[in-house]
Design a protein around this ligand. Structure first.
Ligand code: WT7
Length: 691
């Protein structure tokens, strides 16, 4: 059972924090004063919610947060079942709300929430809202890549369309528990397809439409879907991408022909003229009935698989189940964004990533929210596009990634200030640590110093927010994700796995489960345990470094494993390396992350060529193309560094620590190189640094 240590570190921190004057009034609003000035310390940079904001907030004070947080860790079963009861269950869960083993030393790790409860998340997203009189409320506003192309669906209309796809899927033989791969751009058809799967109990696995045919094939082979849903082509920025051809290439290349069906083709901007492949179901879906009976499932039945990168070449199929995920995404969405029914919410993430699952689709729809979906690139046709969309739909909550903030910041304030943005009231950030200067620009320029920023730390594995400011409850510190969400007990441990208290830094772990915890890695429970539960026994290990300041605020410092975070996209160094060495002229490759002004991290590849092959500009380009083709354009290395040899220990292990220093040109910080098999390679690499 979820036995919880109630006097967690965090609680102590929060208790001491809660005596600070919270919310409005007592301490001067520093944000007005500090603008542009260097602060003695980022830790002391407090930004308070305005009186107006705090007055209307769902959580108006630190005390209120503390009260709820305390209950959530002292009585998780009571806390979460009260919330879960607000959803529709065909029948309620048994006596045990949560059962888990989070401690690998006690046997296999498992997590269950609301086991025995029978429900359906699609029903809770759609039918429940329609039945409660919100059928005419807009569920999705869709904005196309080209200005002037837009569409919208009410909850009633969305339900009808989801039912048609669900009926179609059933008709072609998809059953409860079957996997369905979805390879679609940001059309409304993407969340529609996800919801249709959920409605019939099928397990969706969305593959981001920026992934190459090879990556798609790898995922298809792993989860063996009954069907692949795609469309013919999409325009992103000014480029046309032929998705159906990519699916064909993936299937043909791996002799899986005959498995694909095609969902939705009718598409704007004359894209059809680019079509090369006949599409089987072009006009079929709309002929199906708009009523589709729900497949009731157990809370612990799988809802979706989503592949993410780890420290080996093979992507991990993160599996989420239905009930806990439903309760968790709905609750985190509501509190972290201070959601009210009158809000218009826009999250710029693609449904190909977890953010698009939890916070474009499920979390918002479970709350009956109006969601904006944008198909295109955020800076197309110019860097003002986001604010154009904000004004057009009167967006009140805007959730995006630091990489976009930084890139728009570089393009200058004028693109922002030419739009009103007065509808905005809450901003959000996700995907990587947001640096304080980007935070301030986001806050001051985009939000006119009026909108709190919810910097949400979480992961594909966590299903929903783990550490996030609850706007209204806390003074914020630019760059800190602040405090844990209800029910989350973060722990910072040292390299021996010993919990460290107070002001400290170390590895971020979590003690005991929360409802949105992933349950396994598809087909590989052993890897689940090895990756997440063995490094620091007793805890879930996030893979992130973190520090906690004197006030108990959490500051995420980035991955500590072989994962790079490029523009908020998680890429395993091993994946890029295996793509590089697949090139016949590449003998060996070692990839590290380096700081990148816009992307957060860039990909820096050290490449050793096969004996006798000369370095050339053409080969450099070919190597980059190889990675683009094998993974996707977003994984293309920013730098190729020719390496006649790599720094290895005598046992043959590459010393990445040294490569990271060379890549970031911190040459006086190389540290001890004496344990290298051939210390000479370091000088060689330095000499080639700018070739
Ligand atoms: C990794 C998870 C969760 C949705 C997007 C990425 C980094 C994410 C933050 C944040 C600092 C963050 C972490 C994490 N990360 N959000 N607010 N502050 N770092 O999901 O692909 O599973 O990546 O993204 O390093 O481990 P993901």
């Amino acid at each position: 059972n979820c036995s919880l240590n109630t006097t967690t570190n965090h609680l102590r921190h929060v208790e001491s924090m809660a005596v600070l004057p919270s919310g409005a009034g007592k301490i001067p609003r520093l944000n007005a004063v500090i603008l542009g000035e260097a602060l003695a310390s980022e830790e002391d940079d407090l930004v308070f919610p305005s009186d107006d904001f705090a007055r209307q907030a769902l959580l108006p004070s630190a005390q209120k947060y503390l009260e709820m947080y305390k209950r959530s860790v002292e009585d998780p079963a009571g806390f979460w079942s009260d919330i879960a009861s607000q959803f529709l269950w065909k029948s309620k869960w048994g006596d045990t709300v949560c059962s888990e083993n989070f401690d690998i030393r006690n046997g296999n790790v498992y997590v269950q929430w609301f086991k025995g409860g029978i429900t359906n998340i699609c029903y809770n997203c759609l039918d429940r809202n329609v039945d409660s009189g919100n059928g005419d409320k807009i569920a999705f506003h869709w904005e196309g890549n080209e200005r002037g192309f837009h569409d919208s669906l009410t909850y009633t209309q969305l339900l009808s369309q989801v039912c048609q796809v669900a009926n179609y899927l059933r008709d072609i033989g998809v059953k409860k528990g079957d996997a369905v791969v979805i390879y679609l751009p940001m059309l409304m058809e993407l969340p529609i397809a996800m919801l249709a799967c959920a409605r019939i109990g099928a397990v969706h696995s969305v593959v981001f439409a920026g992934f190459s045919a090879d990556s798609l094939a790898q995922r298809i082979m792993d989860c063996k879907p009954k069907v692949v849903l795609t469309c013919n082509a999409v325009k992103r920025g000014s480029k046309v991408i032929h998705l159906k051809d990519i699916v064909d290439a993936a299937l043909i290349g791996h002799s899986m022909v005959g498995q694909s069906a095609v969902l939705h083709i009718a598409y704007s901007f004359g894209i059809l003229t680019y079509k090369k492949t006949p599409l089987v179901s072009k006009d079929v879906v709309p002929t199906y009935s708009t009523i589709c009976e729900v497949e009731w499932v157990d809370a612990e039945d799988p809802l979706f698989l989503l592949y993410t990168s780890g420290s080996t070449g093979k992507p991990k199929g993160v599996l989420h189940t239905t009930g806990g995920y439903m309760v968790y995404t709905a609750t985190t969405f509501k509190y972290a964004f201070d959601y009210k029914p009158s809000d218009i919410y826009w999250c710029t993430a693609d449904c190909g990533w977890i953010t698009g699952h939890s916070y474009v689709t499920y979390g918002p729809l479970l709350n009956g929210a109006t969601v904006v979906i944008y198909e295109g690139a955020p800076n197309y046709p110019d860097p003002g596009r986001c604010w154009d969309i904000v004004d057009k739909f009167k967006v009140t909550i805007f959730y995006t990634a630091p990489t976009l903030v930084r890139s728009l910041m570089r393009d200058g304030d004028a693109y922002v200030t030419r739009y009103s943005r007065k509808s905005l009231r809450v901003l959000g950030s996700v995907g990587e640590p947001i640096n304080p200067s980007a935070w301030r620009w986001f806050f001051n320029v985009v939000g006119d110093s009026r909108c709190p920023i919810s910097d949400t730390w979480w992961q594909t594995e966590t299903g929903g927010f783990m550490i996030a400011p609850l706007p209204g409850a806390w003074p914020q510190k630019p760059g800190s994700a602040t405090f844990p969400f209800f029910g989350v007990q973060p722990v910072i441990v040292d390299e021996k796995g010993v919990e460290i208290e107070g002001e400290c830094s170390g590895y971020l772990c979590v003690k005991s489960s929360w409802p949105g915890t992933f349950r396994t890695l598809y087909g590989d429970h052993e890897r689940y345990e090895t990756t997440y539960f063995k490094p620091f026994p007793g805890y879930y290990f996030s893979g992130d470094g973190c520090s906690r300041d004197k006030d108990g605020y959490y500051w995420l410092t980035g991955r500590v494993d072989d994962v790079i975070n490029v523009s908020g996209h998680r890429i395993g160094t091993a994946e890029v390396e295996s793509a590089l060495v697949s090139h016949p002229q590449c003998a060996e490759a070692a990839v590290v992350g380096v700081e990148h002004e816009v992307k957060g991290q860039g990909i820096y590849a050290f490449v050793t060529l096969v004996d006798g092959i000369p370095y050339s500009e053409e080969l450099r380009r070919n190597l980059i193309t190889t990675v683009r083709n094998q993974i996707g354009p977003f994984a293309a290395p920013d730098r190729i560094h020719w390496a006649p040899g790599l720094p290895k220990t005598r046992s043959g292990k590459i010393m990445r620590r040294i490569l990271r220093k060379i890549a970031s040109r911190q040459l006086d910080e190389l540290g001890d190189t004496s344990t290298l098999a051939d210390p000479g390679v370091v000088d060689q690499l330095i000499a080639l640094a700018d070739c």
